[in-house]
Design a binder for this molecule. Structure first.
Ligand SMILES: Cc1ncc(COP(=O)(O)O)c(C=O)c1O
Length: 414
């Protein structure tokens, strides 16, 4: 274990202060030197530590030197690390394919009754945190109550006001897909708990980048995928489900790993006389896991835990505030206005809500996007805004470069 830890954090002095550690970690991300990579909201960069772990996995598998018990143990280590990252217990974590897999596990296992309702703010959600609930509406006769965003923000008080005695669930993203504001989850969960309403969050945009503590947030379930802030692969994710809630749920899908057959029972063991669901969120585990995805996530989680998400959050929030201020000083329309609590690691430029998914309504914003892209800035356009999203591998120099390029573009417009 010690040897493994050294290999992952090699080159980083773990006793140094936060900013030195973060600066040293940048050298583990070749993509950060190649471009100004501000696109974690689509997909994060892979570190050399992840690549080394994956190479080892491929070597073992191409030579036939793999061991199934080790594969299973590595999934358990990954589960444990994700649990540590969000301050949960490993039994509260299920291994999933992606964020929507986790959201559907909850949607499909709650004991809905016709006439129940749930609350969401679809205009700022990714479709994968909208369709699972539309499906619940159609399948179980549940009303999905939509609230409208308030200038790009999820209106927490309106969500609370929309709750009544038939409200069973409320769902939000911890950080929205677009324009990428941080949601005030704690105010929502305080109200939902008082009313016995389950609060499910989509943390696809925040996990690994912003410090996440499920106890502090008070959420009942949280779903993520690993390709964004967790800096690993597509096709791998986690579902946190509070143990007390999980133990009341019957999964819609069931397979061997979701069943308690007995401690140390072989993966092919089966008890035909009795069906006992695994404790907590483990009941949502199905068959064999994405072992390669778990290997990548494990190496990445180890690095994130070593650096610490409190420090990563402070770093990215500071960069985002500099970037937002720099763009505002150029007279550009930064969504959300002045930096404030809404600003996490995503700076959105343009008119929120306009445009198609990949273009903005405003031709000037499409032109700025082109200028930044052709000059080596990796960013995205989502729902009308240019989305610049950062992680631990970004630095002040990246921010200066984007502001300088934007100034250059602005001058050329005049
Ligand atoms: C908020 C949010 N949820 C979910 C997803 C993707 O869902 P999945 O992991 O199921 O593909 C994204 C991806 O952009 C997202 O931004």
């Amino acid at each position: 274990m010690d040897g493994e830890q050294n290999s992952v954090t090699e080159g980083i002095d773990l006793t140094s202060n936060a900013s030195d550690k973060i600066e040293a970690a940048r050298s583990l991300f070749p993509g950060a030197a190649r471009n100004v990579y501000m696109n974690v909201s689509v997909r994060g960069l892979l570190s050399t530590r992840v690549k080394e772990a994956v190479d080892r996995y491929l070597d073992e598998h191409s030579t036939g030197e793999w061991d199934k018990q080790e594969l299973l143990a590595s999934v358990e280590e990954t589960r444990q690390r994700f649990a540590t990252l969000i301050n949960a217990s490993p039994d509260e974590i299920a291994i999933t394919k992606n964020a929507s897999d986790g959201l559907n596990m909850i949607a499909g296992s709650l004991p809905w009754k016709a006439g129940d309702n749930l609350i969401l703010c679809p205009e700022v959600e990714h479709p994968n945190n909208v369709y699972p609930w539309m499906n619940v509406e159609r399948r179980f006769g549940v009303e999905a109550r939509s609230v409208s965003p308030d200038d790009g923000r999820i209106p927490i008080q309106q969500m609370i006001d929309a709750m009544d005695e038939r409200t069973r669930l409320v769902t939000v993203s911890t950080v929205t897909f677009a324009p990428g504001f941080v949601t005030d989850v704690e105010t929502l969960t305080k109200a939902s708990r008082e009313r016995g309403v389950v609060c499910v969050v989509d943390a696809a945009q925040s996990a690994g980048v912003l410090h996440t503590d499920v106890e502090q947030l008070g959420v009942d379930a949280l779903a993520v995928a690993t390709q964004k802030g967790l800096l690993a692969f597509y096709g791998m994710g986690f579902l946190y489900c509070r143990r007390q809630l999980a133990n009341q749920l019957t999964p819609a899908y069931l397979a061997r790993f979701g069943v308690a057959v007995g401690d140390d029972a072989h993966e092919t063991a089966m008890d035909l006389d009795r069906l006992r669901l695994a404790d907590g969120a483990r009941r949502f585990d199905l068959g064999n896991f994405n072992y390669l995805g778990a290997t990548a996530a494990n190496a990445s989680l180890e690095l994130l835990l070593d650096i610490g998400t409190r420090d990563i959050e402070a770093h990215v929030r500071s960069l985002a505030a500099q970037l937002a201020s720099g763009m505002r000083d150029l007279g550009l329309p930064v969504a959300g206005g002045e930096p404030g609590p809404h600003l996490g690691h995503i700076v959105a430029v343009g008119k929120s809500g306009g445009g198609r998914h990949y273009t903005a309504d405003d031709p000037a914003m499409n032109s700025l996007y082109e200028h930044l892209s052709t000059n080596g800035v990796k960013l995205a356009i989502r729902r009308g805004v240019l989305r610049l999203s950062m992680h631990l591998y970004n630095n002040d120099e990246d921010v200066r470069r984007v502001v300088d390029l934007s100034r250059e573009w602005r001058s050329a417009q005049r």
